[in-house]
Design a protein around this ligand. Structure first.
Ligand code: ARG
Length: 576
């Protein structure tokens, strides 16, 4: 793929140099006056100021040079010195004929922390965005040539586990797991996921009402963190069951992790880290606890110190967080670590990141990035609940959307209805989830998201399948195409120009960590393609050059669509 903006910007730079202006700062953008040109360059006013000259005079000279370049056609000036540019047909044909859309590999390593499932608790809708956004960002990094490592960072070591273990000890006081002094073999027990899903909410509610109960559960958390033999063994059984269920959910979302580590793994690094921190002289005592002060003079709001050790000696979420960074630097030494987590956890990450830099656990040039996402609410804008008012777990939500997709599925499709509906459901959810800005809250509107019109997953899938079906029919009718030859037909030019934005869109998405750039772009491609498709009757076109050019163009649009959907971890079903 040719990088059209780079080409234009270099041409402008060189042309300016030719007429005596040296600048590195040349930015070409899509035109907001398409009647005057396809692209515009608005930098002459600034340049003219620098040289104490009139921008229109520079523009006159620049136009004379650009007119000589047959990459462009119709270059002109507007207003006080805006340059409008359009691309010549020949250049456009060359652009679209370069069908390599891949990027070279590079050595930068980006570590992505997303998913964030909690053991012994069902995945709920709050985990959805982390999985969707995180997986897509990871795939985007890989597509652009970066190395990545992904980790779920399971919540497997804190309060919920203490609650579950304590409740189990009340129901099965005879189990040897709970006997501190027991040395022998433990009994075979069956812990199911259904049990865990029942037991955690039960214990959590009980702890809210009953202080004594809460105290006992906290005691269990502490005993677990001390790795008391029986509790640790039972915890491992719970971990196995729970992890399998978590993986099943992530599979449905096409989300894969290199590592299924969690807070518990970081625990092993805590003593070593504490020793290291001691040498840095940054830990202070405060009301019996150990903390790292992290406030900075420029803070508008006071940032409280990061809690390292509680006054009872226990460790916290922030302790394992910092220890996880310590471990990741030691084991992988990434250039950047990205955290895709609910934006309400921002303060936690501000504290931990500052502590990590201040202590030297990470070097100054290692980038720690918090990518906080907003909440998905119900259609009414209130927290998303099940019909009976409980927290909506993820499986229920996915099944609901799948049911709706099945209802809407074309009745002529007789085979694989379940699989197709599943693909559509996941596309529906993911597209809707990545359409708003990451940090924006949005409301879940089943009707709207499932619609075949507008900015929806089903619309994008439908268009993609249409492209594929044209190509399949061409093959069946033995219609050959190799390269793009003639620029004819309505919306052909628009479609090529839209495609030529590929590199720009992906780089913006990467730099701003913004997937809405990609969901938006997919919509632009689909609408432009559908216009092109309506205007040009591809398969029955008699003129062979036209037909094969249109088929070639369709094959490129299809390819680009599939690449983009794959970055978003959206599967394209055979039919719909
Ligand atoms: N388990 C946490 C939660 O459900 C999210 C973990 C996010 N990642 C992290 N490194 N803290 O809220």
């Amino acid at each position: 793929m040719q990088k059209i903006y780079n080409i234009m910007e270099n041409k402008l730079k060189n042309s300016l140099k030719k007429i005596g202006y040296d600048t590195n700062n040349v930015l070409v953008s899509p035109s907001n006056r398409p009647d005057l040109g396809e692209f515009q360059y608005n930098g002459l006013m600034t340049l003219a100021k620098e040289y104490h000259q009139n921008p229109r005079d520079i523009a006159e000279k620049l136009l004379r040079v650009l007119e000589e370049d047959n990459f462009f056609k119709n270059v002109n000036m507007a207003g006080p010195g805006f340059i409008n540019l359009s691309i010549s047909d020949a250049s456009l044909i060359e652009l679209i004929n370069d069908d390599d859309y891949s990027y070279p590999k590079n050595d930068k390593l980006i570590f992505l922390d997303y998913g964030g499932a909690n053991v012994a608790k069902a995945l709920h809708v709050g985990h959805l965005r982390s999985a969707n956004i995180g997986e897509a960002l990871k795939r985007l990094c890989e597509f652009l040539g970066y190395k990545t490592i992904s980790d779920t960072h399971l919540g497997d070591w804190g309060r919920p586990l203490g609650l579950v273990l304590y409740e189990l000890s009340r129901r099965h006081p005879d189990w040897k797991f709970f006997d501190k002094d027991y040395q022998g073999e433990y009994e075979d027990v069956t812990i199911t996921n259904e049990l865990l899903k029942e037991i955690y909410p039960y214990a959590s509610n009980k702890a809210k009402e009953d202080e004594e109960y809460l105290k006992c559960a906290q005691e269990f958390t502490k005993r677990l963190q001390e790795k008391e033999r029986g509790l640790y063994k039972l915890w491992q059984i719970i971990m196995d069951v729970s992890k399998k269920d978590i993986k099943k959910n992530y599979d449905r979302l096409n989300t894969k992790f290199d590592l299924y580590k969690g807070e518990s793994n970081a625990h092993d690094y805590v003593p070593e880290m504490l020793e290291y921190l001691d040498k840095q002289n940054i830990v202070i005592e405060s009301e019996g606890a150990k903390v790292i002060p992290v406030s900075e003079p420029s803070d508008k709001l006071e940032i409280p110190p990061m809690l390292l050790i509680k006054s009872d000696g226990g460790i916290l979420y922030s302790t394992t967080e910092l220890a996880t960074i310590y471990e990741r630097v030691k084991s992988a030494n990434p250039d950047e670590i990205w955290y895709v987590v609910d934006k309400r956890q921002e303060l936690h990450f501000t504290q931990v990141f500052r502590a990590a830099y201040k202590s030297g656990i990470v070097k100054d040039d290692t980038k720690l990035e918090f990518i906080g996402f907003g909440t998905m609410n119900g259609k009414d804008g209130k927290p998303f609940k099940t019909r009976d008012g409980g927290v909506m777990d993820l499986t229920t939500l996915l099944d609901q959307v799948k049911e709706e997709a099945l209802k809407r599925l074309n009745e002529n499709i007789l085979e694989n209805r379940e699989e197709i509906a599943e693909d559509i459901a996941i596309a529906t959810i993911k597209y809707a989830d990545m359409l708003p800005n990451t940090e924006t809250d949005y409301n879940f509107d089943l009707e709207k998201f499932c619609s075949l019109d507008g900015k929806t997953g089903p619309y994008i899938l439908y268009s993609t399948i249409r492209m594929k079906s044209i190509l399949r029919k061409a093959q069946e009718q033995n219609l050959k195409y190799a390269k793009f030859k003639v620029l004819e037909g309505n919306f052909t030019r628009d479609l090529i120009l839209t495609l030529s934005n590929f590199d720009n869109v992906l780089n913006n998405a990467f730099n701003n960590k913004s997937l809405s750039d990609i969901t938006d772009y997919l919509y632009q491609i689909a609408t432009t393609f559908n216009r092109f498709y309506t205007e040009n009757i591809i398969l029955t076109e008699k003129d062979e050059d036209k037909r094969s050019s249109w088929l070639y163009l369709t094959s490129i649009v299809y390819k680009v669509n599939c690449l983009l959907l794959d970055i978003l971890a959206i599967n394209v079903p055979e039919r719909m």
